[in-house]
Design a protein around this ligand. Structure first.
Ligand SMILES: [Zn+2]
Ligand SMILES: [Zn+2]
Length: 334
């Protein structure tokens, strides 16, 4: 496992390296650090909040989570289904509460992530370890390969969506308002909460936690879990991440079949996936349509795998993970 004391102890030298190389992304680094400071202040304000505000903060987890999973991920990054204007507008508002950069920029980075997973062109390349894939990538300037790859892909579909362009035009001010101020205004208006406790708990604390839930998909779900659909790839099936990321941790399936709107093989009865349930509910009332699935492709893949297995063809072997290579080199020296 790469999440070792050794890796943590290397953080100061990694910081020194980036400082000397001039590759620290100061504005984003300061912003992410501040987010954690006010998020931790939020912890101290929990007792000052009414039950309604705590319930509201809790509800904002799936609300802002759907803005990421149902919205910018499955709809705008992967086009795994089509959505009517009111749904796109609603998902854009949820996405702004999640405040993870504009839909346009998130989808651009995510398409690059899929095309170049675990390479220098992957914005949160898991080969560089848990911390980099989780949040370290936001503290440093993008690798030149990431910038090159971002220029090479086509984003005309995003340019043509007025909902996406509206949010991009107002970025980052609209998202900052929706993330921090709007939740507090709702609490003040509807149940008479004081502004600042609601700001710190339903805004700052909830935001910090949902950020980490999303980042777990890039870190934990790229490093720990099973690989039933593609044994060679890093992305894995991780039920814990799925819980926190409202159904987005079935990541081995997702990287194999990124066009699948469910982002998991099974339905919600066997794999926790409230994002799929929400899309299905919208489809039942005709607000979304054209939901694509990867199950037919996997049926063929499974037949091929079983046939190979019966014929004695060995399964492809994944390349050793970087920390496994380090470990075996160390044990050779011992
Ligand atoms: Zn991924
Ligand atoms: Zn994806």
């Amino acid at each position: 496992m790469d999440l070792s004391i050794k890796m943590l102890s290397e953080i100061p030298s990694v910081i020194r390296h980036h400082y000397q190389a001039g590759t620290i992304n100061w504005p984003m680094g300061i912003y992410i650090t501040l987010v954690h400071v006010i998020g931790i202040v939020g912890f101290t304000k929990i007792m000052e909040c009414s039950k309604e505000t705590l319930m509201w903060a809790f509800l904002l987890w799936p609300i802002s989570g759907f803005g990421i999973t149902v919205g910018v991920h499955r709809l705008w990054s992967h086009r795994s289904y089509s959505a009517s204007f009111p749904v796109r507008l609603f998902l854009m508002l949820c996405n702004s509460i999640a405040n993870q950069g504009s839909i346009y920029h998130w989808a651009r980075d995510h398409r690059v992530h899929h095309k170049y997973s675990e390479t220098d062109a992957d914005p949160h390349n898991a080969m560089r370890g848990f911390f980099f894939a989780h949040m370290g990538w936001l503290y440093v300037k993008k690798h030149p390969e990431v910038i090159r790859a971002g220029k090479e892909l086509d984003f005309s579909d995003l340019n043509e969506d007025p909902v996406v362009m509206f949010q991009k035009k107002l970025d980052p001010w609209f998202a900052l308002y929706m993330c921090f101020v709007f939740p507090a205004q709702i609490a003040v208006k509807f149940w008479g909460e004081s502004f600042w406790p609601a700001f710190f708990v339903a805004g700052a604390l909830r935001y910090m936690l949902v950020l980490h839930f999303t980042w777990l998909v890039n870190s934990a779900a790229h490093l720990y879990g099973d690989h039933p659909y593609d044994v060679v790839s890093y992305p894995s099936e991780n039920p814990y991440v799925s819980f926190f990321a409202v159904g987005e941790g079935w990541h081995n399936w997702h990287h194999k079949y990124p066009f699948d709107y469910a982002a998991s093989e099974y339905g919600i009865s066997s794999q926790f996936n409230p994002s799929k349930l929400f899309i299905d509910m919208l489809a039942a009332v005709g607000l979304v349509w054209g939901r694509k699935r990867g199950t037919a492709a996997w049926d063929m893949g499974r037949v091929r795998r079983d046939r190979d297995r019966e014929a004695g063809v060995p399964l492809p072997k994944p390349a050793p993970r970087p920390w496994e290579v380090v470990k075996s080199n160390n044990s050779k020296q011992d």
